[in-house]
Every structure is written in C-alpha cells, then in structure tokens.
Write a protein that binds this ligand. Structure first.
Ligand code: ADP
Ligand code: TYD
Length: 208
C-alpha cells in the first residue's frame, strides 16, 4: 500500500461484482490499519435519488437529461462539505467508489457522443482523478445471469444487448484515455476470493 491516501474507482457492467469487490477490498485495507471511506454513484443525494427514480420509471427522463444529472451528482459527490470525496481525501481516508466517470463514458456513450460526456465530466476529472480505475471484466451473459438471480426487478439498462454495448464502450473509453488514466483490468469471471487477490496486487503496484 502506498504511503499517501488513494482514490480507487471500481468499474464494470451491471452485476460484474463491483460492490462485492469494494467490500472485500475495504475490509482488507481496514484490517491492515488503513482509514477507508467507501462510497458509490449514483449517490444517495437528492440528485442521485432523482436518477434512481428515472431508472425505476417513477419519473420520466430523457437519456441526455440522465447524463446531465450524473454530471451534477458527481460534482456534488466530490464537493459536498460534510461527506464529499474531496473532504474525505483531505481528512486522510483512502476513498473507494463503486463507479465514477468511466461509468458515464460507457453508459451514456452508447446513446450520445462519448466526447461530449468526457467534456461534460472534465471538472470532476480536474478535481479528482482516480489513482487507479479497476475494471472488473465479466462476460455480459454471466452478469445477466447474476442479475436475474439476485434482483427482484431488472433496471432500465439491464438487457443483454445493452450490457454488451456498455462493455464495448468501456473498452473504447479506456483506449481513448490510455494516456491520462490508469486502468487495471481484472478477469471477473472467476471466484470472488481470486478476484480480490488480483485487486490487491493491482493496488500494491500503484503509488510505489
Ligand atoms: P455489481 O455491484 O457490479 O452490480 P454485485 O457485487 O452486486 O455486482 O454482484 C452481483 C451478484 O453476483 C451478487 O448476487 C453477488 O453475490 C454475485 N457475485 C459477485 N461476485 C461474484 C463472483 N465472482 N462469482 C459469482 N457471483 C458473484
Ligand atoms: P448501480 O447502482 O451501481 O448498479 P449496479 O449495482 O447494477 O452496477 O448503478 C445503477 C445504474 O446506473 C447502472 O446501470 C449504471 C448506471 N450509471 C450510468 O448510467 N451513468 C453513470 O455515470 C453511473 C455512475 C451509473
């Protein structure tokens, strides 16, 4: 583990096992005596709640509106004076987020120009760039099956066709930003413990 506190973003298609790996990594780092703050996007703020209401069809919203709400939700996630990620970084926590701006590039990049989405998130990138983006790569068929088994309802973006498109967009975004972003690709089609070991190796490699 590096001596300074890190910002780690987990990425992947729905059902790829991000939340599971965020929990395992957090437990492991805390066990080793590190300060850890785990968080996620869409957040629980009023903006995040609006996004979830659109996803669950309680509210209507165009894809472009959703992309804009995510930009606002992310800025709020960074800048909130009580528990914003910048405040947590300043207080010496290692911050682990379940999704960050690559999710926007991949999910909204399937509906609109990815460059527009990248530009719209430039402020977030300038405020806090992840020390590492960890991509849990799972076959869309596998994650679809996990979603079916673990959820009561399937969300707006959770169709096999869409998961395939989103995975392709992730790859396109990683390629496009290879000069500026650090990405660690992990095969997520394996058991949780093996994946967690790879995540840890990836963290140990950075900042040293
Ligand atoms: P995400 O946060 O990416 O949507 P989750 O961590 O919630 O994914 O995992 C989705 C489902 O798949 C959960 O039921 C979880 O227990 C299960 N799961 C997570 N990782 C694995 C794995 N490596 N192998 C099999 N099932 C997994
Ligand atoms: P999340 O609650 O993380 O779902 P999951 O556990 O299935 O990964 O995210 C909800 C949805 O929000 C998910 O389908 C991805 C989508 N999303 C975007 O479309 N844009 C974004 O910028 C983010 C962060 C998430």
């Amino acid at each position: 583990m590096s001596r300074r506190n890190l910002f780690i973003a987990f990425e992947g298609i729905d059902g790829s096992g991000k939340s599971t790996q965020v929990r395992l990594l957090s437990d492991r780092l805390i066990q080793k005596g590190n300060k850890v703050y785990t968080t996620f996007e869409p957040t629980n703020s009023r903006i995040g709640t609006m996004i979830r209401d659109i996803f669950s069809h309680k509210m209507e919203g165009d894809h472009r509106t959703i992309a804009g709400l995510f930009v606002a939700d992310r800025l709020d996630h960074l800048l909130d004076s009580q528990n914003g990620m910048l405040k947590m970084m300043k207080d010496g926590f290692n911050v682990i987020s379940d999704r960050y701006y690559f999710s926007s590039y991949a999910y909204h990049g399937t509906h609109m120009s990815m460059d527009w989405v990248i530009d719209a998130n430039a402020m977030s990138a300038a405020l806090l760039r992840p020390d590492i983006n960890i991509f849990i790569d799972v076959a869309p068929e596998v994650s679809m099956e996990r979603i079916r088994q673990s959820r009561e309802s399937v969300e707006m973006y959770e169709t096999l066709e869409n998961l395939k498109a989103v995975r392709n967009k992730y790859m396109e975004a990683f390629e496009k930003l290879s000069g500026v972003e650090k990405v660690c690709m992990i095969d997520g089609n394996r058991d949780q413990a093996t994946i967690a070991e790879d995540v840890l190796k990836c963290i140990e490699r950075i900042g040293n």
